[in-house]
Design a protein around this ligand. Sequence first.
Ligand code: SAM
Ligand code: SF4
Ligand code: F3S
Length: 452
Amino acid sequence: MDPGMKSPNGSAAELPTYRVETWGCQMNVLDGQRMAGQLEARGMRRAGDGEEARILLLNTCMVREKAESKVYSALGVIARRKQEDPELVVGVTGCVAQVSGEEMLERAPWVDFVAGTGHVEEIGDLVDRARRERRQALALELPEEDPVYQFREIARDSAFQAYVTVIEGCDQFCTFCVVPFTRGRERCRATDEILSELAHLAATGYTEVTLLGQTVNAYRDPETGSGLGELLRRAARVPGLRRVRFLTSHPRLVDDDLTAAIADGGPIAPYFHLPAQSGADRVLGRMKRRYTAAEYLRTIEGIRRAVPDIAISSDFIVGFPGETEGEFQATLDLVREVRFSNVFGFRYSRRAGTAAARWASDAEIPDEVARERLARLLDLQTALQRETNEGLVGREFEVLVEAEEKGKSRGRTPCNRIVHVEDGPGRVGPGEYVRVRIERGLPNSLIGKLAE
Ligand code: SAM
Ligand code: SF4
Ligand code: F3S
């Protein structure tokens, strides 16, 4: 029996416990579930809330400073635990591991292993080795070959919603972004592999899938070269799948075939996350986004012409080096014009290694200015969302129920809006699809009742 176990629950308590702490994007979440699956296949058990795990994996993110600093503060806390309990296994994975792995092993010599983003499939073996022998391990090379992963082993959090990676890496090199360094060059999974995973998911009860990539619409089948539009069409034909989503698209890579596939409807959800980042051409140029605000708007127009009811969401960075008040106003103008269903706003965070981090620091926007701009952006978006959501009162949507929360059932529409169903509890449960009539629109959600 492993030392230090406290759980009294009979045989399950004999199993070594693990915890994966994930701090990043959807792809990082999926990577964490892939790691957990390998540990469970080796007979380990997820630690319960408040229970101390015997194997700890820190699955890190470094897209902004706040995410990166989490790992160092967590490591500080774990250092003390490890002193008292040298048998504890600690591994660091994810994007900070990829970029700062060597330095991390030096700074925290009691970390058992550091594995970069290309080594998710080896985590089970790395944990086994760390439990056998006390020697630090480092796995950081970024792979060049197309990714293949053991999709039958993944320990997913949901029994009906699943993430599926279709493309890894990013070739865009936006000047603010660290992802091309943490995830390497674009590599696509073979369409047949993806379809096998989707069929496996459908056969095991999953009905909603989200196809993932940092630039998911750069997807090309490695053999045939066919793109995301075709992949979505084929995914939509997998029996049993009722919703197919995809994240995140780059505006300059939206093509007619992708738009046409979404317009086909059926399981392909009418929701498009299309980060604009800014509404000012000079800022977009300095970000190296390679589109202008007018081009972005034309892309949106094309999508809406094909799918009039589609919900479009976006990410924006405020306080990018050199951003003037007038340029920030252009972002607000774009937000007013498009009427996004949702906006994720971020204060610019300087990331070592990126092009923007090398620019003169006098172009940096003071923190309080960036904070104030972010608040204005989010206030505007909240007001617009309230209007849009109030306009949905009286409409009926199919809602996939996800959970029960504060006496209501919570779920999502095909267009990814959150709905609280007042008379859901006791009548519908997680994983069910129900028709809901909307009675109220709030800024961040809709309230409705089951339709007869
Ligand atoms: N690949 C996607 C794209 O092209 O938009 C998303 C990448 S990133 C994981 C998600 C969002 O984080 C970005 O859209 C951007 O708004 C934000 N982000 C990335 N780097 C940032 C930085 N240095 N500072 C603030 N926000 C950043
Ligand atoms: Fe980062 Fe730009 Fe790639 Fe998105 S497209 S992951 S923002 S470099
Ligand atoms: Fe973070 Fe890496 Fe995702 S930096 S946002 S976990 S790709």
